[in-house]
Design a protein around this ligand. Structure first.
Ligand code: SAH
Ligand code: SF4
Ligand code: F3S
Length: 481
């Protein structure tokens, strides 16, 4: 395994190897020399902080960056008072971008007080050419910028940046490569995300992800299985399979396989007790998947099924490729087959052309499906997407009124849905000490609800039975059963 690869055996007098990932290990060894030099001069290790600003896929990438930084010898800093700060950015909505500029504004001052400080930016927002132009012009103190496609080259880019006083920029438009076997550091010892595919081919008309994450490509099942086996032997009991549309997994593989078949392979891996996945596009959700979920005692009782809108007209304009009726049929079928499942969703309010009647259709679906949780978003115009140039953009004031009405409705229903488990005993994975009361532990149920209960921190990472005593809205208070 490369994860075990010893950097001491790398001869830095030779030219860097051409093949990956060996090339990156060479540059890790090179950066490590720089770190030793820093330690000699300053009497301490340099500190690094990786700030994740995006979705689970970005969080997984951040773990890869952290893994590489640890190999090199950086110490972890709890916040941005560090010698190296790297922002792994998101650009799915305008707010995400504004946050990055806000952070950079603050770091500009910090950098003046710490002469060692270096700043890097990576992730989805860096794939937008206008962003990079703006950074070059207005944020010249940034040291390193790279994108989503070449994140595996982080060690090499860092080595270049450490040797240069100029801003190093490396952005690729797209890639068909997947580089395996780089180090990674997990946030939790007992659960882990696992990439099963990268990119997206769906081009929902509002969404920037296909432009910044590139074309859909699936990892080979044997690579995924090897990684999950390794995780299981490291003590991981819960995995979350990650992709923008996991239901289309495997279509482009040399030997095509379905997502449901991949799940069955995951189930066979000893030591893995729970399997989650994110995200399912309704248009590709097969009966085979429902059957495999139903028959499994490892696949969690939770399905995130983004609706986006309940109006067939708006869904058509969004290029979602399903109608209101098809979505309702699908949700109904899932609830019927797996009654204890928790269904969650994403909804966008204020898509161009959305009328009062369209909004009512969304509310109608919310009431019929009775989501266990729903993430609601105000439509955000993303440059370069088809929806950005649609003429009938909805006035802000109207969107706000609809957003508040929707939020109230989804929250009321989610509370009622959560309460349906009162008094039952559920298996939970103990995740952490409660933030507010250290006598309590927090556990996650198969359906993704949280329960807080008294217990000893030595139980963290274990699966336990907990009695749900009292529903507090979106979570429970309980006792070990
Ligand atoms: N691949 C996932 C979604 C990833 S983005 C899927 O198809 O379900 C997460 C959520 O952000 C989306 O489900 C959508 O609700 C929201 N979103 C994406 N683009 C948006 C935009 N331009 N404005 C507002 N919300 C958006
Ligand atoms: Fe965006 Fe649609 Fe792809 Fe999800 S499926 S990432 S919403 S384009
Ligand atoms: Fe995720 Fe945001 Fe990129 S949602 S894929 S980090 S644009």
């Amino acid at each position: 395994m490369y994860q075990e690869m010893n950097l001491d055996n790398i001869n830095l007098n030779l030219e860097p190897p051409i093949e990956e990932p060996a090339r990156q290990y060479y540059f890790m060894a090179k950066c490590r020399e720089w770190v030793w030099d820093f330690e000699q001069k300053n009497g301490r290790s340099p500190k690094a902080c990786v700030v994740n600003m995006g979705c689970q896929m970005n969080a997984k990438d951040s773990e890869k960056l952290t893994g590489i930084l640890s190999q090199i010898g950086y110490e972890k800093a709890p916040d941005e008072h560090a010698d190296f700060v790297i922002y792994n950015t998101c650009t799915v909505r305008e707010n995400a971008n504004l946050k990055v500029y806000g952070h950079l504004g603050l770091l500009k001052h910090e950098k003046k007080t710490n002469p060692h400080m270096r700043i890097a930016l990576c992730g989805c927002m860096m794939q937008e050419p206008e962003v990079v132009e703006k950074l070059k012009k207005s944020y010249p103190f940034v040291n390193l910028i790279f994108g989503t496609h070449n994140i595996y080259k982080f060690a090499e880019l860092l080595a270049n940046s450490l040797e240069s006083e100029r801003m190093v920029i490396d952005i690729w438009k797209d890639t068909d490569r997947i580089v395996e076997e780089l180090p990674t550091e997990r946030k939790y010892p007992f659960k882990s995300g696992v990439n099963i595919m990268f990119g997206c081919n769906n081009f929902c008309s509002y969404c920037i992800v296909p432009y910044v994450r590139g074309r859909e490509r699936s990892r080979r099942p044997e690579d995924i299985i090897r990684e999950v086996r390794q995780l299981a032997s490291d003590g991981v009991s819960e995995i979350m399979l990650l992709g923008q549309n996991v239901n289309s997994y495997g279509k482009t593989l040399e030997h095509p396989m379905t997502f449901a078949q991949l799940l069955k392979e995951m189930e066979k891996i000893e030591g893995i007790r729970r399997i989650r996945f994110m995200t399912s596009h309704p248009k590709d959700l097969s009966d085979e998947l429902i059957r495999v979920m139903k028959e499994s005692n490892k696949i969690c009782r939770h399905l995130h099924l983004p609706l986006q809108s309940g109006s067939t007209n708006i869904l058509k304009a969004m290029n979602r490729k399903y109608t209101k009726e098809q979505y309702l049929d699908l949700a109904g079928k899932i609830r019927q087959e797996i009654p204890d499942i928790s269904l969650t969703t994403d909804i966008i309010v204020g898509f161009p052309g959305e009328t009062e009647a369209d909004f009512e259709e969304t509310l109608d679906v919310v009431r019929k499906v009775r989501y266990d949780n729903a993430y609601t978003f105000i439509y955000s115009k993303r440059t370069g997407t088809p929806a950005a140039s649609m003429e009938n953009q909805v006035p802000e004031a109207e969107v706000k009124v609809h957003f508040d009405r929707l939020l109230k409705e989804v929250q009321t229903i989610a509370r009622e849905q959560a309460a349906r488990f009162s008094g039952t005993v559920q298996e939970v994975l103990v995740e952490e000490r409660n933030e507010h009361d250290s006598r309590l532990l927090t556990g996650r149920m198969s359906n993704n609800l949280l329960v807080h209960f008294p217990g000893d921190p030595s139980l963290i990472g274990k699966l336990l039975l907990v009695k749900l005593e009292e529903c507090k809205g979106f979570y429970y208070m309980g006792t070990i059963s």
